[in-house]
Design a protein around this ligand. Structure first.
Ligand SMILES: Nc1ncnc2c1ncn2[C@@H]1O[C@H](COP(=O)(O)OP(=O)(O)OP(=O)(O)O)[C@@H](O)[C@H]1O
Ligand SMILES: [Mg+2]
Length: 436
């Protein structure tokens, strides 16, 4: 095991989340209340970079401050640049919703983002944590060159200390790990077996697994227990399938095997579909919005509420009502179907074991109609129980299953943790001792 203290950065194409593990057996926790986060979720930093060209040269801004800027007048805004950094076969030809196609030095944009993130965190109440921790980054699991080397170079240039061992983990595995540990970490020194060299510090997997919740059946099973974690993000939908071997139950559990894949299917395509479906005036008005304004509007649009935009001549434009609403519903339904189709592809190409539990995460799962449609489709398989972290009854039911009196603080804490896991599971899992 290599890194005692570790910060993990889940570089999301839309929002970046950061978690920390302060010791071998300490919990993995999200960094909250971040100065760079937007107003809505205090652990989500918009993955937006802005360059303002002025007489004194270029000035770079990142996070919520960059997301609040509107493009034009020497202000260049880069969103979804992660897609440029990692996309291979289909280099993104068009930026988000009609924005420019200028080619940029994407490594430079990434470096400015990581530098800005480090500087902001160092100046925050997490300053000491950052100074004393190595860093690991979550990247998509898809065909790409040497991600580890590339990210290590970017981290170096941005002044971060890369982790020893793995500098990157894949998003599906870190997210799945976040789910089945809920951020628990436990290590131990296994007793020496006769004639074998003594092992060093090792994972204590049994202590890291959640005793109830979606692994509740695990302890009762003999043989294989499989969990499928689906993450609908801005750029990719990620699948992680974790297979536990439950054929014995000593302290010395086998590491589960994880198969995983990211597919280029993300909410930005849904945004694009909405943009394409409105008329030119509305498109112009959308282009004039700051990234932060659009993200706030789309929350309403996706739950079926109309929004008002300011047109070029000051006229107010209403979108999302009437026929628009029908188109949004159709786009969401189509997107849900594609998620299920990609799930079938993943199962066909990668999964050989049983699926006993499945769970849905990512910002995409916060979109209620999409969440409903996907969960409904998943629930057709009776053997594979859908475990819904956003179900408001989950905390109380799960805690009650433990027996004894359920305290309100515990219910609240679990509900909060569930919300953190849905959005920040990859960051939480990325700092797990599982990857040490
Ligand atoms: N309540 C909501 N309503 C509508 N959209 C939402 C809501 N919450 C999150 N989103 C959107 O979901 C998308 C995905 O968010 P998420 O944080 O999972 O993306 P990401 O991790 O940055 O992407 P990726 O993992 O693909 O790189 C974003 O476009 C975000 O704006
Ligand atoms: Mg993500």
């Amino acid at each position: 095991m290599k890194n005692r203290r570790l910060v993990s950065i889940d570089l999301g194409s839309a929002y970046t989340k950061v978690a920390i593990r302060r010791d071998w057996n300490g919990a993995s926790d999200l960094l909250r209340d971040l100065p760079l986060a937007g107003d809505e979720v205090d652990f989500c930093v918009p993955s937006v970079v802005a360059r303002t060209d002025g007489p004194g040269g270029a000035r770079w801004t990142i996070g919520a401050a960059a997301a609040a800027l509107t493009p034009g007048d020497g202000v260049h805004i880069f969103r979804y640049w992660k897609a440029r950094l990692f996309a291979t076969d289909s280099p993104v030809t068009r930026d988000q919703m009609g924005q420019g196609t200028e080619s940029e030095d994407w490594d430079r944009v990434a470096t400015e983002f990581f530098r800005g993130l480090r500087e902001s965190l160092q100046g925050s109440r997490y300053g000491d944590d950052i100074a004393s921790s190595a860093v690991r980054v979550c990247v998509p699991r898809m065909e790409m060159g040497d991600a580890d080397g590339r990210i290590a170079g970017i981290l170096d240039a941005a002044g971060w200390r890369p982790a020893r061992g793995r500098v990157t983990v894949y998003e599906p595995e870190s997210n799945a790990c976040g789910m089945f540990t809920r951020g628990r970490n436990a290590t131990w020194y296994p007793p020496a077996a006769s004639f074998a060299p003594r092992e060093g510090r090792s994972l204590h997997l049994m202590k890291m697994l959640e005793p109830e919740g979606f692994l509740q059946a695990l302890r009762r099973m003999a043989g294989s227990f499989g969990v499928l974690v689906i993450d609908i993000g801005g750029f990719t939908t990620d699948f992680g399938y974790v297979q536990f071997d439950t054929s014995f139950s000593s302290n010395d559990w086998h590491r589960p095997t994880i198969v995983q894949q990211s597919y280029e299917l993300g909410i930005r395509e849904l945004d694009q579909a909405i943009y394409d479906s409105v008329d030119e005036d509305a498109q112009r008005a959308i282009r004039a919005l700051s990234p932060g304004e659009w993200d706030a509007l789309k929350v309403d649009l996706y739950r079926g509420a109309p929004v008002t935009l300011q047109g070029a001549d000051g006229r107010l434009l209403r979108i999302g009502a009437g026929e628009d609403a029908g188109r949004t519903t159709a786009a969401l339904r189509k997107f849900a179907e594609r998620v299920i189709a990609v799930r079938d592809t993943f199962l066909r190409d990668h999964v050989r074991g049983p699926i006993n539990a499945q769970t849905l995460t990512g910002g995409g799962s916060m979109i209620a109609p999409l969440h409903r449609a996907v969960v409904q489709a998943l629930a057709t398989d009776e053997e594979a129980r859908v475990y819904d972290l956003l179900d408001e009854n989950e905390p109380r039911q799960t805690l009650a299953a433990r027996g004894g009196r359920v305290r309100e603080e515990e219910v609240e804490a679990r509900a909060r943790r569930n919300q953190e896991l849905v959005r920040g599971g990859s960051a939480i899992g990325g700092s797990s001792v599982f990857f040490e």
